[in-house]
Design a protein. Sequence first.
Length: 251
Amino acid sequence: MMQRMLAAAARGVRIRILIDDSMTEADPQYLALLGADPNIEVRLYKPFGPKHKSMLRWVDYAAHMKVIDRRMHNKLYLVDGSVEIIGGRNIGSEYFEYPGEFVFRSRDLLGLGPVVETCGAAFDMYWNSDWTVPIEQVVTQVPGAAEAAANKATLDAFAANPANYPSGFYDDPKQIDAEMAGLDSSLLWGKGRLLIDDVPTRDGKPQTHAELDRTGVAIDRAADQTTDEALVQSAYLILVLDVAHRPAHVV
């Protein structure tokens, strides 16, 4: 993924990457190599403690309630302000069903139209929040141009070797032009509305439940208004409804 981002940046694409630090085990110095490109910015949300699988990291995590609470679990891939992929997929081999001991089945939504602008504004809300820190402020030494160029050369060589990827990864999609041309008629169209929780303040300023849990409030309201059927797909949500009056199917 880093190699593809750098290749896009070389074409003049401006790239912004926002990562929640709660499960970040990558060396921030390595992430800084990506941010060293003039067209790429990398920021961490609520960074804390030493990186890697360190006990001191989790001690630091547990000692700061404001850091523990209300992590950023948003997943958004937004391109040119016009097309987005949004859903529950993390970036990792097991989330893309590569061969391995186990895989996760994730579902994504393709977003077009007005909802894309709303998602862009939501990204900016977290990107510009007081909790978000540029990667350059996390590392001990900001990589120079020569170090970044050497890293890109290494990644280009890695990406060009099919042995580094599962069988079929480099196969060209069959009839891709025809499939893209017919995509419009094959999509299931519906109205989209983004629900996103507000960013908590750093100064302890009181925020209402409706602000901090917009998603939960909206789901609760929808459940109260449901008269026939509710379909919910989530890896985490446990929805309790009065099944005698409102049947719920949780996938």
